[in-house]
Every structure is written in structure tokens, then in C-alpha cells.
Ligand binder design. Structure first.
Ligand SMILES: [Zn+2]
Length: 492
């Protein structure tokens, strides 16, 4: 049973309370200074022109604790070429870590302190600048210099207080130009621009509240008249979790009015994933018992007319099929509006393989009756070609074929049986083991093939005890009787 969710417009406060929704914000606000935070390059001068390009690759190194960072290893797998476009007027050797940092920009520090006081924060006695790991390629050095200015503040909101966890002063990252395939391109003019990051506690309980408080914090900083305005000058990260779920961060939303919808979608996704975990646990699938296997099915699907697969095979690639034990009907569970659990797999493949589009993932759960167009084609294809048929399904198929034959006078019994077997094999090639099908048909019809009698021995070619087929041998006296008494048994 899929979880039933109300559409976004009909959700009430109570619905979100039942969900256990918690939202926290991280509001980034650029400060209005002439120079960058740790060097004397100009801030806020943007242009897509560039004089040179620097190419870098992610290479994880051991930390002081002797461990590799998991995210760094993951990013290395994507084998990205990271290009930084640099302009003579906006970047110096500091941004690329060839020169040590200059003294911190005093003007930026003053503005940050002013905002910190407005947020009623406890200001630190000493400001320590630390390096925060930044592995999304947007900073050439792989770290961001940042310092916490104060903590434990609050802002009034309606009849309560929204707690402010901390405010830090930090450097802005590069502007992304494109991220296509294995090439990730950035402009460096924004890199190093001073900004403040205000972090709230997860005190917001509806998407609308999150938008209102986001707006409040933005206007509060703007009230000083010393921060930058315009597209991208204020950016928010939204942390969302539901009861029993894990915090998930929606990064860099530049328009506050978009946040409520994003929060609703994420909350719904988390609730659905928790429900799916519960379903799997009920089936005995846990982290410990989880099983999967991959198999090369290139030959099996070799004659497909399904374009994406046909093209792939023509280009010399192989088709792999992954079996997930216990996931039957779960891959198609709804997780968001018009989105199914399968997309969770597809999205990860897209990231790891650096695909520009969501990959064309075919799975055996797609509802052939309801899905439109391409999905339907894929579903029918999978059902016929990849997923092995159960004994019950073989039974129904043969029964349907018998129905199509109609009048028994159409052909003599033996011919009818071979016709049946031929039809099933033609239609369901790759799904049915031919020898098992022959055994099944003869066994169910309980009639020996013409010219053969029952001997009790197993057919040489059929060793599987589950089929339990009996063999037949030539005996002329028996032949006449079987011909006369031939009837299709009840089950067929
Ligand atoms: Zn510089």
C-alpha cells in the first residue's frame, strides 16, 4: 500500500506535525566590501571573460588521523576535469593557494559583528580561522576559510523565539559555468568574496515558516545597508528531516519563494523512504540480509526493438541486469509527486557516472497497464525478456494459447502440443526454459507423445527433480488407445 499524501496546497500544520517535520536554515549573505576577505582582489566584480584556464583533478590524501575522507573518494570516482577560468583583474595567486592569506578584511569583520549583535549572539573572545572541507569542486584549494563569530542567539518570530546556533564569516566559492559529462567549469571572480553564514536551530515546523524566517534573516542583514543585494547575493541551505529520518540538506536555493515546495518534496521523500524501509524489514530484508546479484543479459535482449537498449548493444556495450532480492513491487513505490523509488537508484547512477540526464533505468515493477508511452514499452519488455516466469505464469500462458487454438479439430493432439510449445517459446523467448516447458506441457496433458509409452524413467535431458517428468518409449499397441482417449485435462 503506497503512502497517501495530500497535495502541497492542502497540507496543514497538523499534517506536518504528524510527519515530525523539522527545518533549519543556513543563510549565506555576501557582505558589501571593496575587497575579498583574505586578499586585496576586488569583490563583486563579475564577468564571464577570462584570460586563462587552470585544470585540476580531485586527489584524496590521508588526513592527520590516517583516514581518507569518504566524500573525497566518492568525488574521485567521478573522474572530473575541473576547469577554473581566471581573469587578471579579479583573481591573484592567493585564490589558488600559491600565496598565504593576507590579514582578514576589517570592513567585512565589522559588518559581520554588526549582524551578529542584531541576532543577539554571544560574541567569541578570539576569532579562529579554520579550513572547512569543500569537495564539490567549487573552491580550487578544496577548503574554505571560515571563522565562528558567535553563538546562542535568537530572533523573534510571531509568538516565539527562533534560536540562532551560530554566525560565521567565510569566503564565497566559484560561480559554476557548466557541469557536463566529466567536465566541470567554474568562473573564479566570486571566489573569496566575504560572506556571513547564519545557522538556525531546527525550530521551524512548516515549509511556510521556513520561508518566512528565511526572509526575516535576509531583511535583518539588509537592514544594516552593508550587504550585497541582487541575484545570488543571499543564498540559503535548507536542512530538512522528518521523525525517524536523517537530516538532508537542500543546497543553495537562491530564491526564498521556492523553498516551501522543495521542503514539502523532501519531507515527503523521507517519509516514503522510511515506509519502504519498514516494508523491506517486514520481508526480512535488512542491511545484513540484503542480497543482490548482477548478470550479463546482452545476449538475452540482443533482438530487442527497444531503442535505448538496441543502440547500446549496437555501440558494443553490455547490458547488465541487477536482481534485488525481496524488492518485488517496491522499486515502483511512490516517493514524491510523479516520482518512484527507482529514481533514487537512477539519481545515484547519474552522479557517479557523470551523466547530464537521468539514466534510462528499466525495472520489472513498472505498471504496464497505467504507464504511458516509453515506460510501458520498457515494462512489457522487462516482463517478457528479463524477469523469469514463474510456474504459475507458464500455466496461464499455455492456457491462453490453448484458448486461442479453439476447436480441437484444428490439428492432431501431438501437433497441437508442439504448436503450443512453439508459440510460447516465440512469444516469451528468453523467459522460459524450453526443456522445462516441453516437460511441463507433456506432464500436464498426461498424454505420451505419439509412438511413445510411459516407462517410468526420467527423460535424459531433464534432470531437475522439481519438474518430475516421466519418459515415454515406443510401443505400437499403446499408440491407438492414447490417440482415441486424448482429452485436454481440466487444468489446461
Ligand atoms: Zn586575490
Amino acid at each position: 500500500m503506497p503512502l497517501s499524501f495530500k497535495p502541497f496546497d492542502q497540507m496543514t500544520k497538523e499534517d506536518y506535525r504528524n510527519m515530525g517535520l523539522k527545518v533549519g536554515l543556513e543563510v549565506h549573505q555576501q557582505l558589501l566590501t571593496r575587497h575579498k576577505l583574505f586578499c586585496r582582489c576586488p569583490a563583486g566584480r563579475y564577468s564571464s571573460a577570462y584570460d586563462a584556464e587552470i585544470l585540476r583533478h580531485m586527489r584524496p590524501t590521508l588526513s592527520e588521523l590516517g583516514e581518507y575522507d569518504g566524500t573525497a573518494l566518492m568525488e574521485k570516482k567521478t573522474r572530473k576535469n575541473i576547469y577554473y577560468r581566471i581573469h587578471h583583474d579579479t583573481v591573484c595567486t592567493y585564490e589558488f593557494d600559491d600565496t598565504p592569506p593576507f590579514f582578514i578584511n576589517d570592513t567585512a569583520l565589522d559588518i559581520a559583528l554588526e549582524v551578529a549583535l542584531l541576532l543577539r549572539l554571544n560574541i567569541v573572545g578570539e576569532l579562529h580561522i579554520a579550513r572547512k572541507q569543500y569537495l564539490d569542486d567549487s573552491i580550487p584549494t578544496g577548503f574554505q576559510r571560515t571563522g565562528i563569530l558567535g553563538g546562542d542567539g535568537w530572533v523573534p518570530f510571531r509568538d516565539r523565539k527562533i534560536r540562532i546556533r551560530q554566525l560565521s564569516i567565510e569566503e564565497d566559492s566559484c560561480r559554476e559555468v557548466s557541469d557536463v559529462g566529466h567536465d566541470h567549469v567554474f568562473l573564479t571572480d566570486r571566489l573569496g568574496t566575504p560572506l556571513i553564514e547564519t545557522v538556525t536551530e531546527p525550530d521551524l515546523h512548516t515549509p511556510q515558516e521556513a520561508a518566512e524566517v528565511g526572509q526575516l534573516l535576509r531583511l535583518l542583514a539588509r537592514g544594516t545597508g552593508k550587504v550585497r543585494t541582487g541575484y545570488g547575493a543571499t543564498r540559503q541551505d535548507v536542512n530538512v528531516s522528518v521523525a525517524g529520518g536523517t537530516r538532508c540538506e537542500i543546497k543553495g536555493t537562491p530564491q526564498i519563494w521556492r523553498n516551501p515546495r522543495l521542503i514539502y518534496n523532501e519531507a515527503r521523500r523521507q517519509s516514503s523512504l522510511l515506509r519502504i524501509r519498514q516494508l523491506l524489514r517486514e520481508r526480512g530484508v535488512t542491511l545484513e540480509t540484503f542480497q543482490w546479484a548482477a548478470q550479463d543479459v546482452t545476449r538475452l535482449v540482443g533482438q530487442t526493438s527497444y531503442e535505448p537498449l538496441r543502440r547500446t548493444i549496437a555501440e558494443g556495450h553490455v547490458v547488465q541486469c541487477v536482481v534485488l532480492r525481496g524488492f518485488d513491487e517496491i522499486v515502483n513505490e511512490t516517493t514524491q509527486e510523479n516520482t518512484h523509488f527507482a529514481k533514487e537508484f537512477a539519481d545515484r547512477i547519474r552522479v557517479v557516472a557523470c551523466l547530464t540526464h537521468t539514466p534510462n533505468l528499466i525495472h520489472s515493477d513498472v505498471g504496464a497497464e497505467t504507464s504511458p508511452g516509453r515506460e510501458r514499452v520498457a515494462a512489457v519488455f522487462v516482463r517478457r525478456r528479463i524477469r523469469p516466469l514463474t510456474g504459475q505464469e507458464v500455466h496461464h500462458i499455455v492456457r491462453a494459447q490453448v484458448g486461442k487454438l479453439g476447436d480441437r479439430r484444428f490439428a492432431p493432439p501431438a501437433q497441437k502440443r508442439w504448436y503450443l510449445i512453439g508459440e510460447v517459446l516465440r512469444e516469451y523467448m528468453g523467459c522460459v526454459d524450453g526443456r522445462r516447458l516441453v516437460a511441463w506441457v507433456y506432464n500436464r496433458l498426461q498424454v505420451p507423445p505419439p509412438g511413445l509409452v510411459k516407462t517410468g524413467r526420467r527423460l535424459k535431458s531433464e534432470r531437475s527433480p522439481t519438474v518430475g517428468v516421466v519418459s515415454w518409449s515406443a510401443d505400437k499397441t499403446d499408440k491407438r488407445r492414447t490417440k482415441q482417449n486424448f482429452v485436454l485435462p481440466e487444468c489446461v
